[in-house]
Ligand binder design. Sequence first.
Ligand SMILES: C[S@@+](CC[C@H](N)C(=O)[O-])C[C@H]1O[C@@H](n2cnc3c(N)ncnc32)[C@H](O)[C@@H]1O
Length: 237
Amino acid sequence: MTTPRSEAVERTFAGIAPRYDFANHLLSFGIDYSWRRLLVHSCSASHPDKVLDLATGSGDVAFALERALPKEADVIGLDFCQPMLDQARLKWKDRGSPSNLKFLHGDCLDLSFADGSFDAITMAFGFRNLEDRPRGLSEMLRVLRPGGRLHLLEFSQPFLVIRPFYYFYLRAVLPLFAWLVTGDRKAYQYLGSSIQGFPDRRGLTGELLEAGFGKVSARPLTGAIVALHVAEKKSSD
Ligand SMILES: C[S@@+](CC[C@H](N)C(=O)[O-])C[C@H]1O[C@@H](n2cnc3c(N)ncnc32)[C@H](O)[C@@H]1O
């Protein structure tokens, strides 16, 4: 997999932003709803007061967190793609502008928050797109409080029996469908290649430990097409 470049990633998502949600649900046959639900449940189960949703995109994880947590809890959704944030802000207004949910423009590789600002970080399908993953993890560790957790939902490498069908879907079917829905075939060719080149659960667990996280758990979802990793910042950090 070639390293994704931030400018190219930003441009890609800017191009598909208005159709992103629809394409997502269609191309995953609606399974993405349940993946995000598990992510939000994993995060809300530890009753965090302050949560940062990185690479929030059109904001679905941030909205679900806002609904799942008590009113006193603050949720911030952050993304560097303005057209994706514009989609999130439209939904935010439709939902009565909840004051405990904010959307900010920013780069995951250079977070503008003080050390230890958050009890939890969530990230759904954004980590794969980072130009510099170790740097992203070091920023996440920095802004988490000791004992705080990162809940990372990302594509993974599926169980061997499914791989041939899945890779065929990624290479042949997905770009074609996506072209019809979004008019942008290239964006989804990028999606397919970025997924195929991404580490499996063991590899990603290694990256998280290497970055300095303490305990890491990994849960395969839908035949390990996707995995939910939970990584805890050591209390002594
Ligand atoms: C596949 S979308 C995921 C959006 C959302 N989390 C979801 O579950 O639908 C990936 C998002 O990551 C954002 N992104 C990628 N690299 C980023 C970075 N370095 N800083 C901030 N956002 C980034 C993109 O702009 C895009 O909105």
